[in-house]
Design a protein around this ligand. Sequence first.
Ligand code: PLP
Length: 394
Amino acid sequence: MLRHAPRIAQIEPFHVMRILEEARRMEAAGREVIHLEVGEPDFPTPPLIIEAGMRALAEGKTFYTGAAGLPALREAIAGFYQSRFGLDIDPARIIVTPGASGALQLILALLVGRDDEVLLTDPGYPCNRHLVSLLEGKPVNIPVDADSRFQLTPAHIEQYCTPKTVAALVASPANPTGTVLEPAEIAALAAACRQRGSALIVDEIYQGLVYDRPHETALAVADDIFVVNSFSKFFQMTGWRLGWLVAPPEHIPALEKLAQNLFLAAPTPAQHAALAAFHPDTLALLELRRQTLDQRRQCLAARLTELGFILPASSQGAFYLWADVSAFTRDAADLAERLLREQGVAVTPGLDFGTDDRRHQYLRFAYTKDIAIINKSCELIATMLANYRSAPIP
Ligand SMILES: Cc1ncc(COP(=O)(O)O)c(C=O)c1O
């Protein structure tokens, strides 16, 4: 048996995969499962994007592009910053990547050396801390709570920054909480990082999926930061594996060099397909879908609150609700397993997002299904919670 590198031990699997596997087993045995666990909505990729992708394949556009991506797509992304936010972003500052995942890998590989520290929220998107570990850096998981809407503040930067800190990474809207950083808060974080010689990385993968508030980008308040984005969520292209990053110009040559070595280029047919992502008809369809997600959000939040779940921060964006289950149990993962086995409702245990004890206190619900299905899932959850009196959850 070959030995694995020691870093592998530091990388945890997604606990939700266990839920997913169990759900698949149940479905194979003929049981219906409602999936509120996966981080992607049930909408198909918009038709103009699919047509553009098919056209690219039919025309033989299957060869590598340059490592930074198709010039036309980099220009289209810059055009989107101009039309949506009134910002002039030089396309040369944009690198097209395989998903936001590719962008995060590039930025972290650029910045993180052995034992370097990266400030992260706890709870937060788990791959980030694993990526930092992969680079032999040290993820600093900062416990954040409802007081800061589960986001980092300049006070956190002050408290946790050391001479080893190379970056702080935030997401707005965030996974798993759906909370958003205000422009002034981003500006203050950028200033705090700047003052300490650290980079600020803002993951805007859920940009466009915000409710009751305007569309925003961190680039409007700070230019010397790294911004990650993706075609996965708002544009509903998860499986196409396409994202991008915007970086300060002086870092582009190094990032391009890394891109050449890490993945050569993002998928070519997907890049051609994404040229249709900014078409007015596509944007109009995506706006309708955003409104649908908003209705689902309101429905699920109201129903869960009625059932006794505590929603410590309102979901301002993305498609997640972060629910405190301490009224029912001290073991959210057990509750998630029983919800699945007994009622066929799959949700994600907080275990996946946090590193401290509070991770046993939360579940993440994704409002990625139709309202009728959300309502049905809430009835099933109510039945489960009623049964729970006879066989209490620990
Ligand atoms: C906060 C956050 N960042 C990045 C990603 C990676 O997404 P992708 O690589 O599909 O763009 C995800 C996926 O769920 C996410 O939630």
